[in-house]
Ligand binder design. Structure first.
Ligand code: PMP
Length: 300
């Protein structure tokens, strides 16, 4: 990652990796006033391609808007910056972090007069998944309440919620946390949306349950409809997961990952048949093997 040849796109210019630094009195460092995206570049027959870049950048802009954070670049400039960076770094498959945060100049909570800094970085970050599926544990931490901080904004500060939940789960010997919303319904995992399959019907919780509007979640919904699988976006209880035929989680970093158990209640099969079909089609879509999803790919 810190290979001396690597560049980082910082406020519109490519700078050497080690020179992309900020002052300790950076607003975003103290108050979590930042927004971020995680996007993947996949290898395809025509070279590396960014998956759903425009959707990620549009979500970044929406997140900044919700925080009242001015973002000095639009989707087109950020997309061009992304391609410029990836070409300069000469990476194949990798992970891209788009990131904007309030810089130094004032520590005032009303954020006025603080300039936004904008960053694009890329590094190799292979999908990590335990063989045999994830072991999930319902977290003692509730997902951030939408009327405290909007979980629909992919903002840096609220990740403390994910960090607390993930660490609690791994300290207890599990792979990942399942977070519930304030009303007790299922929200999502620390960095993935969750899906359940029962009697062939695929269900996932809505944004109103505190879940991020996941781009992989959206991808899965499109792929499932195209496969003729019935899909529903609706509130779920943790017992819907205990009673499921299949459960999987999905996100940009993780991909589509089967769940082996929740709270030590094993699921019948991981991966189950629906999960397998979706994971295969997802793999074909991101690698450019399925022409009907070619519009999701931006060639580097
Ligand atoms: N939920 C949370 C809390 C996340 O951090 C992520 C990862 N960005 C996701 C869900 C999955 O979203 P996406 O598919 O857009 O990566």
């Amino acid at each position: 990652t810190t290979d001396g040849a690597s560049r980082i796109w910082f406020d519109g210019a490519l700078v050497p990796w080690q020179e992309a630094q900020v002052h300790v009195l950076t607003h975003g460092l103290h108050y979590g006033t930042g927004v971020l995206e995680g996007t993947r570049v996949f290898g395809t027959a025509g070279g590396p391609a960014v998956f759903r870049l425009e959707e990620h950048l549009r979500r970044l802009l929406r997140s900044a808007h919700m925080l009242r954070m001015p973002l000095p670049y639009g989707v087109e400039e950020l997309a061009a910056g992304t391609v410029e960076l990836l070409r300069a770094n000469g990476q194949g498959a990798c992970y891209v972090r788009h990131f904007a945060f309030l810089g130094d100049g004032s520590m005032g909570l009303d954020m006025r007069g603080v300039r936004t800094r904008t960053v694009i970085a890329s590094w190799e970050w292979p999908e990590q998944r335990p063989s045999g599926g994830l072991r999930l544990k319902t977290s003692s931490w509730r997902r951030t309440d939408p009327n405290s901080v909007p979980p629909a904004a992919k903002a840096t500060g609220p990740y403390l919620n994910s960090v607390l939940a993930r660490r609690e789960a791994t300290d207890a010997g599990y792979d990942e946390a399942l977070l519930l919303a304030a009303d007790g319904s299922v929200s999502e995992c620390s960095a993935e949306n969750v899906f359940v399959v029962r009697d062939g019907v695929l269900r996932t919780p809505p944004v109103a349950a505190g879940a991020l509007e996941g781009i992989t979640q959206d991808t899965v919904l499109v792929l499932a409809r195209d496969l003729g699988i019935e899909v529903r976006v609706e509130r779920l209880l943790r017992s819907d997961l205990y009673a499921a035929d299949e459960v999987f989680v999905c996100g940009t970093a993780a991909g589509i990952v089967p769940v082996a158990s929740l709270d030590d209640r094993g699921l019948p099969a991981a991966p189950g048949g629906v999960t397998k079909r979706l994971a295969e089609l997802y793999r074909a879509a991101v690698s450019g093997e399925e022409p009907r999803y070619a519009h999701w790919l931006t060639r580097v």
